[in-house]
Design a protein around this ligand. Structure first.
Ligand code: SP5
Ligand code: ZN
Length: 381
């Protein structure tokens, strides 16, 4: 029987909703439930024989815990409980959304100990619930609504289930090239750090999946050089969270193509190459925005990244943080990619011949469904 590319979906991912500030206006966040609806509708209309759409419901009792090396347990507990606390204190309506108030990062440096190397664990958590959101966020685009935690946990678990399915498929038929999987993860994850939400992200789905994948591989290092698991981040924005979580690790390695000097502004330079054991296993390939770059420049950078993954790192598995905000009409992006370019990106990744798990990150245009379809049509084997 011909195997097919699996798309993993759980409708609980559309429960989360948030707002954001555009200049002085509060609007529904561009990272909306409708993004998933657009993708599901378009994929279903294609009726492709090579695509299996798996609609599952991950029960809370089956949620895998998030490991402490990916996200702090206090941070996870905060995400789980903070909305209920606002409700209890009548600070938000049942269908409302709360944003952070005060960010500690630079303010701490003014407290008379600017030279100290205080880590977040040394900074006492304030009692005020509004302060909690600022303590555990780095920007204002990570509001919390009633079901935010549920959607975020379900998204992370979609990635874990994706890894299990990928490995099961390989064990079942080792001779067959494995089919990629695509997880409809929402909210996205690549901006989320160990104990910080931001950029529409709460739990770093790709980090959870890649760490879980590494944990499933043999303990003895089969490759003394290189990294068996690589996260390829193709969202328009730099995945600062994924980079920071794995900065001192060689497995998984991290490589990203993203808009130069764009959001999140302070990370993603080519000089950030990892440290300690992770030295050389973090690679940033920033690309100038249009009109200073074209689709050809993008595809050249992609080939560079794929070369590093295959030749330099001898990767055996690929986890792809797949954003579609690189599209030329995306409201948050600045690249030139057109619909068909995503099929080309999929083909070039597929040509590596590596088992691959792709997770949805950003992508905010009306054409999101067509972009995902195009990507999958090139990715499937
Ligand atoms: C997962 C993801 O794609 N997160 C992106 C979050 C970006 N949020 C703030 C973007 C502000 C951009 N303002 C400049 C608009 C350029 N047209
Ligand atoms: Zn993005």
């Amino acid at each position: 029987m011909e195997s097919s590319l699996v798309v993993l979906h759980d409708a609980q991912t559309v429960l989360h909703r948030s707002v954001e500030l555009i200049a002085h206006n509060v609007i529904d966040a561009l990272e909306s439930p409708d993004r998933i609806h657009r993708i599901v509708k378009t994929l279903q209309s294609k009726q492709w024989h090579w695509l299996t759409f798996l609609d599952i419901t991950i029960q809370e009792t089956d949620w895998k815990p998030i490991p402490d090396n990916i996200h702090g347990s206090k941070y996870i507990q905060h995400l789980k409980t903070i909305f209920e606390r606002f409700l209890r204190e009548n600070a938000v309506d049942e269908d409302g959304c709360v944003l952070p108030e005060c960010f500690p990062h630079r303010l701490l440096l003014t407290a008379g100990n600017g030279d100290s190397d205080m880590t977040s664990d040394d900074v006492p958590l304030p009692v005020d619930p509004f302060a909690h959101l600022g303590y555990y966020s780095f920007d204002l685009s990570s509001g919390i609504s009633k079901e935010t935690f549920r959607s975020a946990m379900v998204a992370a678990n979609l990635g874990i289930i994706g890894v299990d399915k990928l490995l099961a498929q390989m064990a079942q038929d080792p001779a067959q090239p494995s089919q990629p999987l695509f997880c409809l993860t929402r909210p996205p994850g690549h901006h989320a750090c160990h104990s910080l939400a931001g950029g529409y992200c709460y739990i770093n789905n790709a980090a959870v999946a890649a760490d879980y994948l590494v944990s499933k591989l043999p303990k003895e290092r089969s490759t003394p050089i290189g990294s068996r698991v690589v996260i390829l981040d193709l969202d328009f924005h730099h995945g600062n969270g994924t980079q920071s979580i794995f900065y001192t690790r060689k497995e998984p390695a991290y490589i990203s193509i993203h808009g130069e000097n764009a959001y999140p502004y302070y990370t993603g330079r080519s000089s950030e190459t990892g440290s300690g054991e992770g030295q050389g296993f973090n690679r940033n390939l920033p690309l100038k925005l249009r009109p200073e770059s074209t689709r050809d420049d993008y595809l050249l950078k992609l080939d560079t990244a794929l070369g590093v993954i295959k030749e330099e790192w001898s990767a055996q598995y690929l986890v792809i943080s797949m954003g579609f905000d690189t599209f030329r009409l995306d409201p948050l992006g600045g690249f030139e990619l057109d619909i068909d370019d995503y099929a080309e990106i999929g083909r070039r990744i597929s040509a590596l011949g590596l088992p691959a798990l792709a997770l949805l990150e950003g992508g905010y245009s009306d054409e999101l469904g067509e972009l995902v379809s195009s990507f999958l049509s090139g990715l499937h084997r």
